[in-house]
Design a protein around this ligand. Sequence first.
Ligand code: PEP
Ligand code: MN
Length: 239
Amino acid sequence: MFHDGFRIIAGPCAVESRKQINEIASFLSSVGIKYLRGGAFKPRSSPYSFQGLGIEGLEMLYEMKAKYSLRVVTEILDYNDFGHFKGVDILQIGARNMYNYSLLSKIAGYTSKEIMLKRGLAATITDWLSSAEYLKVGGNSNFFLCERGIMRYGQEMRNLLDISSVPYIKQTAGYNVIVDPSHGTGRRSLIIPLSKASKAIGADGIMIEVHSNPKEAKSDSAQQLNFSEFETLLKELDI
Ligand code: PEP
Ligand code: MN
């Protein structure tokens, strides 16, 4: 368990503009959220899709951090960008980089910042734990894991959200594990039930994509909650 209790990380898939991230950060802080997520460097499956605002996006996140006293969570794709990530509170290693041992080792060796390691796109639990081991051996044990689902058969949902990994990892390795039902299901309507399930099975937190206008989102439009849906989620979680 985290020292500050059940951790809720929320925010848009990607930082899209100053106005967008400000609306979202302002709302989240008004409902008591302490951790703001938002991709500045986005690992998109297609090179033609929106790739994020990069350094400009990071700077907007830092403005939100200062303005609303939020802790910032964002993904690092390339070790060479590290110099720009100094203001980030939690470095996200995304699903596509779980197997990037060079990135894991370099980041772990360079910083004692908290790291969130997401499960690889089709990774076994053993492989995921091995990647966590790279962080430890590299010199950073200040990490937690994020279950975000693995590839599934069928198109009904984006991924197969394997919440069984949470108690398994907690029992065998003792790490903190949170769940990302947004990428885990890809469907807005499933976020609340899967968040409740995650809390019930002992997850240490959840990461939820929230957008001021999900329909207009530049990425992951179908899985982002609007503000009133997010408030319903908080109510249903009894937080
Ligand atoms: C994300 O959380 O922004 C993301 C890209 O997720 P994943 O790495 O799990 O696909
Ligand atoms: Mn996303």
